[in-house]
Design a protein around this ligand. Structure first.
Ligand code: ADP
Ligand code: MG
Length: 503
């Protein structure tokens, strides 16, 4: 695999009244497994159904119902682990995490505390070209999602929707390796990108299919390095956990607020209580939800309804053989194969669909030119219309045609943009547009010369000035292009004008 070299970013430093502080951040990301059925039942996971339309007896915890494991979910969790270069545990086990909540009919969540299915892995978090943070993954475990309590449909009653109950989640736990709010958001972006490439989670944050619990602490410069050397957490400050974040922007705002809150406490001679907090985007602040003292005792114990989960190395190898090319490898290959910048490669590989579209355009063509057209013209235009790439009204083949017409000098760069706009809005083929609309570039020097002569004859003063000052020749180029409807070959125009101005 190709690799790009990178430097480690500097940690964010916050200046306090008593000196500098640094941030230490670890994330627990809940990613909904992209399976059609739930983790332990055959009920559908489709989003947007009528409340309680997708609830099997076992999801509703009817007496005597037993969970049956969904092999597809296990395969997707394994695939995720492999995609994060993680260790796959051939033996894992499910535990019951006991608590009472109206949207949790079982009275416990089936999770994997003691023996998760995936062990240590890593995510390379890109900050800017050539700068990235390697964040270690501690573990990934599978667990059930809870249902949803609805409090805003009736003034006097609350409702419960169990459609989500029992849907498979992967909890992806990072080490506290993240050193600032931007890095935390970039970590979620990268993780989401990898999951989407893998097809193991759709990453839809609005629907809550990807959400993060953000752990934040502060420490003095140097303390983190001591922790890194020894992995001894006592060098780090007490952390707070901000629950259920589903926006990159809010993640950053919440971390910023939380770090400053903790610094103010510490500088005031107080201590930070380990607690769970919630971020209020309207007020821009975090507030306490529960402290560690009031924390639940979940009374975890091995789930007696499920045997330990044993998988075979051969099965894991089969899944490994289906892994797609992942973002880091694709980005490095785009830089190497197409000679584009790392920045452009990053833009083109952000979404798998974009990367595929680009490669269809670039096939057999100048890669840099293709990258330029896809990023500047196509993405610019799609953004304006708020269209995703898979809704592009112009196909990769059509965009390729424009590049061909440009490369063989059939059309000029300016006309190419007009052709693009027509093709984009009408769906017509570029070759046909150029033919029908008479947009071919004029390379016939006789015709161009006539246009140059005309412009010069009309502007004798300008000619005199341009003979003195060669920089003014550009004005004539513009006039001739205008006179020829942008169809004159710019090189021929430039040469002719230079000749006629006596240079
Ligand atoms: P718990 O067992 O209480 O859930 P973990 O050790 O599993 O705690 O850590 C939960 C999350 O908190 C992990 O993502 C980890 O990286 C993060 N974390 C641990 N210590 C710190 C710290 N001092 N500052 C920030 N995050 C931390
Ligand atoms: Mg934990």
């Amino acid at each position: 695999m190709l690799d790009l070299t990178y430097e480690t970013p500097k940690p964010k430093v916050i200046q306090g009244a008593t000196g500098d502080w640094e941030l230490v951040i670890g994330l627990e990301v809940h990613a909904q497994v992209a399976s059609n059925a739930k983790l332990f039942s055959g009920a559908s996971t489709e989003f947007g159904a009528e409340p309680n339309a997708q609830v099997a007896f076992v999801d509703a915890a009817m007496p005597g119902m037993l969970p049956v494991i969904n092999e597809g979910c296990i395969a997707l969790a394994v695939k995720t682990g492999l995609g994060l270069k993680a260790q796959i545990n051939l033996t894992s086990a499910f535990d019951r995490k006991n608590y009472f909540y109206p949207d949790l009919p079982q009275g416990y969540q089936i999770s994997q505390l003691y023996h998760p299915i995936v062990g240590e892995g890593e995510v390379l978090v890109d900050m800017e070209p050539g700068v990235a943070r390697l964040v270690r993954i501690e573990r990934i475990h599978l667990e059930q999602d809870a249902g949803k309590s609805i409090h805003d449909m009736d003034p006097n009653m609350s409702f419960v929707d169990l459609n989500r109950t029992g849907v498979a989640l992967m909890e992806i736990v990072s080490r506290p390796d993240i050193r600032g709010p931007e890095e935390a958001a970039a970590y979620v972006v990268k993780l989401r990108q990898i999951l989407r490439y893998l097809g193991t989670c759709d990453g839809n944050m609005q629907n809550g299919n990807l959400r993060a619990d953000v752990n934040v602490s502060v420490c003095r410069p140097g303390d983190y390095e001591k922790y890194q050397a020894s992995q001894d957490f006592s060098h780090l400050g007490t952390r707070c956990e901000i629950k259920n974040m589903n926006s990159m922007r809010f993640i950053q705002q919440a971390i910023d607020f939380e770090a400053k809150r903790q610094i103010a406490l510490l500088e005031d001679g107080k201590t930070v209580d380990q607690e769970t907090r919630l971020y209020d985007p309207d007020k821009g602040e975090t507030r306490s939800m529960r402290s560690k003292e009031e924390a639940h005792d979940y009374r975890y114990f091995p789930c007696p309804d499920l045997l330990p989960l044993e998988i075979e190395q051969g099965w894991v190898d089969d899944i490994a053989a289906t892994l797609p090319e992942l973002p880091d490898a694709k980005k490095a290959r785009f830089v190497a194969d197409y000679g584009m910048t790392e920045y452009d490669a990053g833009v083109l590989t952000a979404e798998l669909d974009s990367a595929v579209f680009f490669e269809n355009v670039a096939q057999g063509r100048d890669g840099k030119l293709a990258a330029n057209w896809v990023i500047n013209e196509l993405f610019g235009r799609l953004n304006k219309d708020d269209h995703p790439i898979d809704a592009s009204p112009i196909s990769a083949g059509q965009l390729g045609q424009i590049i061909d017409l440009l490369s063989d000098d059939t059309i000029s760069g300016k006309i190419a943009k007009d052709v693009f706009e027509i093709a984009y809005t009408t769906g017509r083929d570029p070759a046909e547009i150029v033919e029908t609309e008479g947009m071919k570039q004029v390379t016939d020097t006789g015709a161009i010369e006539a246009a140059v002569d005309q412009v010069m004859a009309d502007n004798p003063d300008q000619v005199a000035k341009a003979k003195e000052n060669p920089k003014l020749a550009g004005w004539f180029v513009g006039q001739v292009m205008k006179a020829t409807g942008g169809k004159a070959n710019p090189k021929a125009v430039n040469q002719l004008i230079a000749k006629k101005l006596g240079r």
